[in-house]
Structures are given as structure tokens and as C-alpha cells.
Design a binder for this molecule. Sequence first.
Ligand SMILES: [Cu+2]
Length: 134
Amino acid sequence: MKNHSHVTKLISLAAGVILLGQGCFAPRPTPPVQAPPTSSNPSDAGRFVEYVNGGFSPNEIQIAPGTTVTFVNKTSQPLWVASDPHPAHTNLAGFDSKTVLDQGESYAFTFENVGKWDFHNHKSPGVKGRVIVK
Ligand SMILES: [Cu+2]
């Protein structure tokens, strides 16, 4: 009985090889190439933070020094991205859009300094987020 099932396996294996061989002559659709997940790639050229109804999304991201983060306003509310503390914006010099971003507009900032950089919407200071550079 054992031998018999072994032979059966060999036959089905051989059949499979023959089918594969025939496949070589028939055009086949190319399977879609799956893109690697961008969130876990430390050599990202850039990252995005969206301003949505309810706040920044994600409201905390971790990046490597030298990464550019682009903040995009996805709401009809005014967005003014700025470093904490409000209203001085002095924790991280230069991290301040200095103007209102309307719906669809964006502001990009490159984080060179290691640290935890809290920020807020200057037009709605209770809405906060954090960029961790390490
Ligand atoms: Cu402010």
C-alpha cells in the first residue's frame, strides 16, 4: 500500500511537470508586482502627514534624520503647521509654515535634528502631532 501511494505521487508529479512544460508555450498574464511597504523603509525620500477632520493623520511618525515630511490639508479648515510651543514656535527653528494652508495645499519640512518635535495647527492650537527623529 505504501509503495503504491508513492508511485501515485510520482505520476502526479510527472503530470505536473508536463503541464508546466506546456505552460511555457502559452502566453500567461504577468502577476502584478507587489510594491514593498513604504512605511518600514528607512531610506524613504519623504513622508506624508494629512490634516483630516479630527486631527493629524498619523498624529505621530518616526523618521530618520534628513527625511522630508509633507503636511497636506485634506479639510476645508485652515491649517498652519508650526512647532510647539504655541504661539512662539521656538522648539524647532524653521518648522513653521508661516502661512495658512487651504484645502489641498501642503507644506514640506526636512527634519535634520534628532529629537521629539511636537507641533500643532496654529489656527487651532489644540490639534497636535509629533515627529520623532532618530
Ligand atoms: Cu501656534
